[in-house]
Design a protein around this ligand. Sequence first.
Ligand code: FPP
Ligand code: ZN
Length: 413
Amino acid sequence: MESASISSSPTVPIYKNQIKDDINTDTTLDQEETEDAVLKLLLGAKENPETKNLLKEKHLAYAKKMLGPLPAGFVSLDASRPWCVYWGTNAMMLLGDESVQEVYGKRIASTILACVSPEGGIGGGHGQIGHLAASYASINSLAISGDEEAWNKLDRKAIYDWLLRIKQPDGSFKMHIGGECDTRSAYCALAIASLLNIITPELVENTAEYLSRCQTYEGGFSGVPGLEAHGGYAFCALASFCILFPPKEVHKHINIDKLIRWLSRRQHQPEGGFSGRTNKLVDGCYNHWVGGCWALIENIVSYHDLWDRTALQNYTLYCCQSTSGGLRDKPGKNPDAYHTNYTLAGLSGAQYRYIYEGGEDDQLGDYAFRWRAETTDRIVVSEGNYVAKINPIHVLREGIAEAMHKFFEGRPL
Ligand code: FPP
Ligand code: ZN
């Protein structure tokens, strides 16, 4: 039984890192500073009872603002328009807004369709080259729009041909024509192909082998074979395996014990949040990149209580919420749309138990759509603090990825 509830003051045992020597480095000082800032908020929770609640209305207002015209300082996001759309609208859905499709559906579709590149793929803005990350955010956004008219306008054959052009013989994918390959691009390619129902054995040949080579000596996954394990890449690799295989088969491709050990070490005490890599700091976006791995792992090993869901909820509520709206990396940082979306998506992973329910007849293309979330009295969440259930592979509100996939299931290439 999980012992702590989200009450006016967190009841998880809170103590500072006991193992400490006298050698100070930038890394140890940053860690101490973060622990102090987090402890101040966790221990002072009684003085700031506002943040025991998820400030849904404020976060919704923040997400909506990020979808409107932005001040000049945001110009660096000009190549990330589809990302802004995905982060903003997905966050709204996670917060329970039922009106996203009706209010934003057509606008989402026209913004995204304007980014389709005549050379293949979807770019970060109008006139920009096709890019896998922008294409992933675009297809997710189109799924959120629910606009079947727009879905019909997508040239899926052109997207499939482009994916084959950037596919490499070792199973990896280039991020764009002439670009770099990594775990991220593999996940983006597989997720796009999965949603559009254009995944084929030819497209995914050797991809599992490539991803297996990205598991490092620590147990996590790196961007390319031989580099440092990182939470972002761990989720990309694990979600990719769960597109390619039912969870029960994933253990054949990775060292699951080492991965569990590495993931366990990502959750910090006393902070309760996750870090992305060894000797780095907790950050709210790893609620999803690291925390989102647990839903998948739990179905690979059929065991459901390997991490501290309560501690993550406490870190999120008390340390990641900006009281003026939006969620953030850690105390002292400003909120942004990226952290708002991924902090909330990870909260969903902490609040529900995710269960894979595939059937005997399922095949490549089906596995990502056989997930359901359940509430359980073993996971304590205060009334009003629940976020929506998600599809844990596509990181979209439950039902959104499934609807797009179903639409294209009836339309073979
Ligand atoms: C380190 O940042 C970040 C990385 C090495 C890459 C992170 C990868 C992702 C978030 C996955 C992206 C996925 C898609 C689908 C595009 P840092 O050094 O600022 O952070 P750190 O100190 O926490 O490691
Ligand atoms: Zn972050």
